[in-house]
Design a protein around this ligand. Structure first.
Ligand code: HEM
Length: 514
């Protein structure tokens, strides 16, 4: 290109002018031997730097590509820089499907190695080894592998999900009481009211069909706002409330959210270099202002709720916590509970509408458990076996958080092997692989709640089904999620016959990292 421009310039000048050297010309074009030596040296240094750099890069890439080979771990051959996630980067598969496929490919192994970009991950397949890692040898795997930079994103770093070691222990112990069965019984009437509001909302639509994902999002917004913020978000009155908008924004499958989710798997340097935040500043501000406002109101007008708001207000005074440390916990429950609950309700409704035999059986159980006010008591919801099986089967077929991750925090020798998992290594547990493994769940794509009969549960290894994780870092909201999902489904099936509208697509996991 440069040559072409030069040639054009010369042709243009020569065609139009005669050129000669005059007296004023003071730049002599001379080339001394010294200049050539100097030029050669310059070129030589650049070439040398280039060669050394290429060599170092080659050595590093080779060392990284041999990471699992040198440790005697079966592995999937990686691409330079991309590792094994080319299909994900090209949006041909999402991470959940890719890991499910690799899980099937290494069907004879207890574990295998992969690279997510340049970061080696150990994928665990064997349920017994999972039990060791998640429970028995938990002290070696306390932290989640997700990365978060406290100096850039102090808000997320203070959430239970992202926090590490001692900070995590502190937050978890202090908030566990929020999720006891006593607390659950206490808030049950609020949850029932939300389910009834959902039914009135549908009834007002006069038999017009409903987009279930939207309905489920409204339902879960109401539940989480009530649990975490102690407020009514008015989702069944307005079109989209601020809270529903926030939930949709955080989980919208776009490039930015995918990039942020992708860092889940990368070492912290990428999060540091790109100064990535899990929660957008705008959303952080909204959640903090709302929660701190509610705490302020409660201080002037105390209630007897003893919920998260009261608990956090006490902690703020007792431990001298900053605003973002306090509100991070409420935001945490909103972010962890909103999408998971709403997706599970959506998938359950799809399966109930697709399988009329399941729906009939479910309706029969539900009608047998109504009280005189045509409502469900806490005990009735807890005792409905088939409803429980429908919820569990939905979470098997659609594990809405499709993988668990842990970082090895102390070198760990895999039992019955010579393999040492080094401190800092990310360990990855693909729930799609386990839940869709025909060895554990024959004909896995069939929706069959009876897989969760007592007899079938006994016949399986308990660690091949982990929708809420396991061990000390398992989902803290499991009980509240299950009771809300079951209550919502019970009210819907009691009141309506569910059918798929013509052209309804088979739901699939969104085409991003989640
Ligand atoms: C269907 C609904 C839900 C599903 C499937 C789900 C699933 C999960 C999973 C798989 C984990 C990771 C567990 C592990 O690493 O072993 C998790 C963590 C967590 N979940 Fe849930 N979740 C749901 C609802 C909720 C709700 C409603 C809340 C709160 C109100 C919640 C709060 C949390 C928190 C705080 C953590 C982090 C726990 C810790 O690090 O100690 N989740 N959840």
């Amino acid at each position: 290109m440069a040559l072409l421009i030069m040639k054009l310039a010369v042709v243009y000048i020569i065609r139009n002018y005669e050129i000669d050297v005059c007296e004023d010309t003071n730049i002599k074009v001379e080339a001394s031997l010294m200049d050539f030596v100097l030029d050669f040296e310059m070129f030589g240094i650049e070439a040398l730097v280039l060669v050394v750099f290429s060599l170092l890069l080659y050595i590093l890439l080779r060392k990284n590509a041999n990471y699992w080979k040198w440790r005697n771990v079966p592995f999937e051959k990686p691409w330079p820089f991309i590792g094994n996630v080319l299909d994900v980067v090209l949006l041909r598969k999402n991470m959940a499907i890719l890991m499910g496929d690799l899980y099937s490919k290494y069907s004879n192994e207890r574990y295998f190695g992969v690279w997510i970009f340049t970061v080696p991950h150990l994928v665990i397949r064997c349920p017994e080894l999972l039990k060791q890692i998640l429970v028995k040898d938990f002290v070696h795997f306390i932290d989640r592998s997700v990365q978060c930079n406290e100096s850039v994103d102090a808000f997320s770093a203070n959430m239970m999900f992202f926090s590490k070691d001692k900070k995590w222990k502190f937050i978890r112990t202090k908030t566990t009481s929020m999720f006891s069965s006593g607390k659950l019984k206490y808030i049950f009437p609020q949850l029932q009211l939300i389910a009834k509001n959902m039914i009135s909302f549908i009834s007002k639509r006069n038999n017009k069909s409903i987009y279930t994902a939207d309905l489920a999002q409204k339902f879960s917004t109401e539940i989480i706002c009530s649990v975490a913020f102690g407020i009514d978000a008015h989702s069944f009155q307005d079109n989209d409330t601020l809270f529903t908008k926030v939930g949709k924004d955080v989980f919208k499958p776009n490039l930015k959210n995918s990039a942020v989710s992708a860092t889940y798997f990368c070492k912290s340097y990428l999060v540091d270099i790109l100064r990535l935040k899990f929660v957008d500043t705008r959303i952080e501000k909204f959640l903090t202002t709302t929660f701190m406002g509610i705490i302020g109101e409660r201080q002037s007008m105390p209630t007897k709720r003893r919920d998260l708001v009261d608990l956090m207000a006490d902690f703020r005074n007792k431990y001298k916590l900053k605003d973002h440390e306090v509100s991070a916990q409420a935001a945490q429950f909103f972010l962890a509970g909103y999408e998971t609950t709403s997706s599970t309700v959506t998938f359950a409704l799809y399966e109930i509408a697709s399988n009329q035999d399941v729906q009939d059986k479910l309706r029969e159980e539900i009608n047998n458990n109504l009280n005189d006010e045509e409502e469900f008591s806490y005990n009735a919801i807890m005792s409905m076996c088939y409803l429980h099986k429908v919820a569990l089967e939905t979470l098997r077929k659609y594990p809405v958080l499709p993988f668990l991750g842990r970082t090895c925090t102390r070198d760990y020798q895999i039992p019955n092997s010579n393999v040492i998992i080094e401190k800092g290594t990310s360990v990855f547990i693909p729930l799609t692989g386990l839940h869709w493994d025909p060895k554990h769940f024959p004909n896995p794509q069939k929706f069959d709640p009876d897989r969760f009969s007592e007899e079938n549960i006994r016949a399986r290894h308990p660690y091949c089904y982990l929708p809420f994780g396991e061990g000390q870092r398992a989902c803290i909201g499991e009980r509240i999620a299950l009771i809300s999902i079951k209550l919502g489904l019970a009210h819907l099936v009691k009141n309506f016959k569910l059918e798929l509208e013509k052209g309804t697509e088979v739901p699939k996991f969104s085409a991003n990292w989640n």
